[in-house]
Design a protein around this ligand. Structure first.
Ligand code: C2E
Ligand code: MG
Ligand code: MG
Ligand code: MG
Length: 289
């Protein structure tokens, strides 16, 4: 069965045909957009925390905060599914503010109770929509001040494609943010089409090697060469390197031997609840690799 869609204003006189699958996909999308709008108010969102480990001594130096949506009907919806929807429907600004605020609240609570130490860093993911909001830096610094969290305790993870969308604006915002003392990490490094020449001009502290390069590291010599090149380049720009997606001790050992400073991945720990994270932080397992 095919349904006829009425031409949208401005779309000319073309009549588009939607299959019933497309129609129901569209209905799902609309429903998700609507449900996302009420998700914060209904307390359906929360953050989970994946430990980041120093490969040189096995210490937990921080965590990445990852957004989770507990949907009333569908259960846990992955950010890979709803972040792009929120982004496309203009809702990522509001969601992103919730993430930063919640991350600061958690940091403040952990610091006040002495459950984490002074040097602990929490990384939050920032979407392209947030980076194209000229008020983002002011808002971010206001949130830190509100929760009395020092800027150095928060790292922003920005994907290289988000950085490349408008390099001028990204440079302006990130310079403000970096001057205030936050760290900037380039997420999913190596998967986008970033220009190294532009990257050089941005106030970046860390590159995160995407897990696509880590997956076959133990058996794929080319991935070893690539990772080695990324580490060498990062170091020549005075950036540190975090490797994502460590699922085997061999990967951790190889990356450590290449000089990669930090890592995260299921082999160390999956993303954990706040309580689960604190117990791991206070009594870390003996990871030997
Ligand atoms: P990302 O920032 O690159 O986050 C890493 C993703 O890899 C997370 O997926 C994490 O659970 C997963 N991961 C960690 N270790 C392993 C491993 O050893 N193996 C494998 N296969 N995966 C691993 P998650 O939480 O589903 O998030 C997916 C993406 O959604 C994130 O990728 C990020 O781009 C986005 N995202 C998550 N939370 C937020 C948020 O608060 N704001 C924004 N803007 N985006 C977010
Ligand atoms: Mg990330
Ligand atoms: Mg990543
Ligand atoms: Mg990734």
């Amino acid at each position: 069965r095919a349904a006829l869609a009425l031409p949208q204003p401005g779309s000319g006189s073309r009549i588009r045909l939607f299959s019933s699958e497309q129609e129901s996909a569209l209905a799902d999308l609309r429903a998700m957009q609507h449900q996302l709008k009420v998700a914060t108010a209904r307390d359906e969102l929360h953050l989970v925390y994946q430990p980041q480990i120093d490969l040189r001594d096995g210490r937990v130096i921080g965590a990445e905060a990852l957004l989770r949506w507990n949907h009333p009907q569908r259960g846990q919806v992955s950010p890979g599914e709803f972040v792009p929807v929120a982004e496309a429907s203009g809702q990522m600004g509001v969601l992103g503010q919730w993430v930063v605020d919640e991350a600061c609240r958690q940091l403040a609570a952990w610091r006040a109770s002495g459950q984490i130490d002074e040097t602990f860093k929490l990384a939050v993911n920032v979407s392209p929509a947030q980076l194209s909001d000229p008020g983002f830096a002011d808002w971010l610094l206001a949130a830190l001040a509100h929760w009395q969290v020092p800027a150095r305790a928060l790292t922003l993870e920005v994907t290289e494609s988000a950085l490349m969308e408008d390099v001028g604006l990204a440079r302006h915002l990130l310079t403000q943010i970096s001057d205030a003392g936050l760290e900037i990490a380039v997420d999913d490094f190596g998967t986008g089409y970033s220009s190294l020449a532009y990257l050089k001009t941005l106030p970046v502290d860390t590159l995160k090697i995407d897990r696509a390069f880590v997956r076959d590291l133990a058996r794929d010599h080319q991935d070893q060469v690539l990772s080695q090149a990324v580490v060498a380049m990062a170091h020549s720009f005075r950036h540190e390197v975090v490797a994502e997606g460590i699922e085997m001790p061999e990967q951790a050992a190889l990356l450590r031997d290449l000089g990669c400073e930090y890592a995260q991945g299921f082999w160390f720990a999956p993303p954990l609840s706040a309580a689960g994270f604190v117990s791991l932080y206070q009594d870390p397992p003996d990871w030997s690799f």
